[in-house]
Design a protein around this ligand. Structure first.
Ligand code: FAD
Length: 159
């Protein structure tokens, strides 16, 4: 069984944090985060998704428990964000986010339906979401992301 398909010890951690990067540097810095993620996560059988929206990161990390927790502890030390709050952490029956590249995505006007469904359009505070609402948000974003793959050379989609 390959590392990515193994589900015996699969854990999922979802957190939200406030972005500390200034807007002019955001694309470049998120590109760097994605490249580090691609380098590191694959080696640890970690997949996930990183949402970048309205001053907030929300990220899901999936994989074997210890590598997921080690990666989260490393991410916590990163000065490019602050106030990280774990929204859920624990065993998961299967991977919801199967990409190695962490596919950062910024939501756009076209995604208002997702934010409306979660009552998030006017006040996007992912750190206040319940575990299930946070997972619903990231899964909805994953559905859109499936049509687009992050390219560090291409500007992030503007909101
Ligand atoms: P390098 O990339 O070589 O970095 C060496 C050191 O410099 C690290 O301590 C790093 O934190 C620091 N550093 C690098 N660039 C900057 C910068 N521009 N500003 C300040 N410090 C910097 N990493 C993952 O491996 N997987 C993930 O899923 C992941 N998700 C992340 C999500 C968020 C929201 C953020 C903010 C960061 C994320 N990172 C992730 C990056 C992580 O915090 C580390 O920067 C990275 O894992 C270090 O990779 P490296 O060991 O290859 O070191």
């Amino acid at each position: 069984m390959s590392a990515i398909s193994g589900s015996r010890t699969l854990h999922r951690l979802v957190y939200a944090s406030e972005i500390s990067i200034l807007e002019p540097d955001l694309e470049h810095e998120v590109g760097g985060i994605i490249q580090a993620s691609m380098r590191n996560n694959r080696a640890r059988a970690i997949t996930g998704l990183l949402l970048v929206h309205a001053g907030w990161f929300a990220q899901a990390l999936e994989g074997p428990a210890e590598p997921v927790m080690q990666t989260y502890r490393r991410i916590l030390e990163d000065p490019r964000h602050k106030g990280a709050k774990v929204l859920s952490a624990g065993p998961a029956p299967s991977r919801e986010f199967g990409d190695w590249n962490m596919c950062a995505r910024r939501m756009s006007d076209a995604d208002d339906a997702i934010l409306d469904a979660l009552a998030l359009r006017d006040a996007f505070r992912p750190d206040a979401l319940s575990a299930s609402a946070a997972l619903r948000l990231l899964k909805a974003v994953r559905g859109i992301q499936a049509r687009r793959t992050f390219d560090p050379q291409r500007p992030l989609e503007k909101p």
